[in-house]
Ligand binder design. Sequence first.
Ligand code: C2E
Ligand code: MG
Ligand code: MG
Ligand code: MG
Length: 295
Amino acid sequence: QAKAAGRNTHRLFDPGMQASVTARAALESDLRRALAEDQFLLHYQALVDDNGQLTGAEALLRWQHPERGLVPPGEFITLAEDTGLILPLGQWALETACSQLARWAQDPTLKHLKIAANVSARQFRHSDFVAGVLRALANSGADPHRLKLEITESLLLEDVEEVIEKMRQLRARGVSFALDDFGTGYSSLSYLKRLPLDDVKIDQSFVRDVLVDPNDAAIARTIVALADTLGLRVIAEGVETREHWEWLSRHGCHTHQGYYFGRPGPVASIQEALAKWTFPSHRGARPVPVNPGPD
Ligand code: C2E
Ligand code: MG
Ligand code: MG
Ligand code: MG
């Protein structure tokens, strides 16, 4: 016991650890400044259905850092959550996504598109969350039916009743919900049954090797079967090749997202994706299983 405490005390003064504490503090003050100076932006990634039709886009946060360039969310979201900065940042992302929806609504060729926005557990649990979403919708004039919120299984670690109640309030206004990164979290299947969801997203870690790894293929098929039973639609993420798309379509995924259809990019890239992934002119792009085989 004393020995363990001694080691911990020693660690507290470990120069490597001190360096990481300093780096964290620097990143935190950088993040605060970034919010104040408007250095965040959203990139958008195409969502395409089985017919090769663009149905919407996922909004993905980026940080345009003055020295480091474009920083992906993996490098700052966790710290933003730990510090609470995710609250203003997440609200900014929702407002920006809703403003984009309102702009698309002015264009007959774009007004059918949905935007899926990511919501972190801490943001969702905040008492102002529902009001914040409704405010973003009202201030922009965006149609709530075009907004989808992506939540993760980590939400289910605490008060599930409260999660369900908030989802119900937003769904009553027309907002839809997807469970992101499905299969990587800790959720119990009995919770999954009770959540008022619209979609589940198969995590890209199962999609990557779905054509070569029988275990991943089995997991993907199981998720589709489970979703079908619960009346949920399935979105596959990490679709990088035509072969991925064909396999996933054939096995019951309804919507597809990944580098094959386009990388996340500025909003103009969605207009380009629309030209490429539009029914019926690209009907030939529809995946037709030549020989489905016994799998
Ligand atoms: P996510 O919601 O699961 O988003 C999908 C991630 O997979 C994105 O990474 C996307 O760029 C990447 N991706 C898409 N297609 C492919 C593909 O074909 N292959 C591979 N290898 N990767 C692909 P990104 O943009 O770096 O975002 C990472 C995570 O950061 C997101 O994962 C999400 O959890 C979080 N995030 C992004 N924007 C927000 C936000 O506004 N709020 C919150 N709370 N989290 C966000
Ligand atoms: Mg997502
Ligand atoms: Mg995801
Ligand atoms: Mg993911």
